[in-house]
Design a binder for this molecule. Structure first.
Ligand code: PMP
Length: 365
């Protein structure tokens, strides 16, 4: 079977071995005679999957013992309102860094619920650069500082973390979780939709420091309160059983293949190959992002002759490479090269990019 090379920004590429394992277990999950999809979330079979997924995340990300790992629904988008509802009670204020589309969305929701102050805004250069985050001036009374570690649409990524003097950092890591080491102890909460680096869509991971959760107000509806999910080990209501199972398989495979240390090297090698291909193209392609903050996950690029972008994308599709069109709000091209993207997949794209300037007239015929 020949497969298409998948550069979608999410849902995105999954390891072929994981898809194979799902196929193998889909009709009869480990001798139960049932698919896990039709199995109760209160069953022993599911319980094991659930707890193993938590344990694997703790292990791979070196999550300290005073943090809890939750599996929620509603996407990372639900967190945009859950976070302020839980932490901005009593007229509290939070700080925000605006690095691109997703942090702006999170900011708009937080500012509807409480007061959100902007401590960095990349709008002046079209979100093509960031700043040294250790120089951020955080309001000492802020309930938290919100950051988006990687902006999926702009292809820009924070490379270090601020000193916040006890103000907890709350970070959306949807598009780069588990792609690089993270000092989890520096954060109050980390959240991420699974559908980029961890598995299929449908589950959101929340990693929350226990003392942060202790202050969540009783007045909140049950689902919205983080304490509900901590007390019930994310089984207050029916969790997204199947995405959690698939994520567990992805995490198992990551661990078998050398864990985070191996992933870091793999990701750097892939991103280097693409950025170098862009730099060496004599201006045929260019990357609008400041080299200091280029994302290792979403490589955003444009063709200097914008009129050629359409044929570039069509030719890529004809070569069975999909998902390279930039987000409609910014245009251009974007290659999402998450953890599960192979080096060979990126090499195919790089070779195609080198070939295209020579051959695009033929492609257009
Ligand atoms: N944050 C980031 C950084 C994202 O890339 C996305 C989705 N692309 C979201 C939040 C929203 O996630 P969801 O669709 O899971 O709600």
């Amino acid at each position: 079977m020949s497969r298409t090379t998948n550069f979608y920004a999410g849902p995105s590429v999954l390891p072929i071995e994981v898809l194979g394992k799902i196929q193998e277990e889909i009709l009869d999950y480990r001798g139960t005679g049932l698919s896990l999809m039709e199995t109760s979330h209160r069953s022993q079979a599911y319980d094991e999957v659930h707890n193993e997924a938590v344990a694997l995340l703790k292990d791979l990300l070196s999550i300290p013992d005073n943090f809890r790992v939750l599996f929620l629904g509603g996407g990372a988008t639900l967190q945009f309102s859950m976070i302020p509802l839980n932490f901005l009670h009593g007229e509290r204020v939070c700080d925000f860094t605006l690095s691109g589309t997703w942090s702006k969305k999170a900011y708009v929701d937080a500012d509807k619920i409480g007061t959100a102050k902007i401590v960095f805004d990349g709008a002046h250069n079209g979100y093509s650069s960031l700043m040294d985050s250790t120089l951020l001036k955080v309001n000492p009374d802020a309930a938290y500082l919100h950051m988006t570690s990687n902006e999926t649409i702009q292809g820009i990524q924070w490379k270090n973390w601020p000193e916040t003097n006890r103000v907890p950092i709350v970070c959306d890591m949807s598009s780069d979780i588990l792609s690089r080491p993270i000092p989890v102890e520096k954060f109050g909460m980390i959240y991420a939709g699974a559908q980029k680096n961890l598995g299929p869509s449908g589950v959101t991971i929340v990693i929350i420091r226990e003392d942060m959760a202790a202050s969540c107000p009783n007045s909140l509806p049950a689902y919205i309160n983080y304490r509900t999910h901590i007390e019930k080990n994310s089984l207050y209501n029916t969790p997204p059983v199947f995405p959690i199972y698939a994520m567990k398989l992805v995490l198992e495979r990551m661990k078998e293949n050398g864990g985070l240390a191996a992933i870091v090297k793999h990701n750097q090698k892939k991103a280097n190959l693409l950025y170098t291909t862009i730099e060496k193209s004599a201006g045929f392609y260019f990357c609008p992002v400041d080299p200091k903050y280029r994302s290792e996950m979403n490589v955003v690029f444009r063709l200097s002759d914008a009129a050629l972008e359409k044929s570039f994308l069509e030719a890529a599709t004809a070569h069975r490479m999909v998902g390279l069109k930039g987000h409609s709000s910014v245009g251009g091209c974007r290659a999402s090269i998450y953890n599960s993207m192979t080096y060979d997949g990126v090499k195919r794209l790089a070779d195609f990019m080198i070939d295209f300037p020579k051959k695009h007239k033929e492609f257009r015929k």
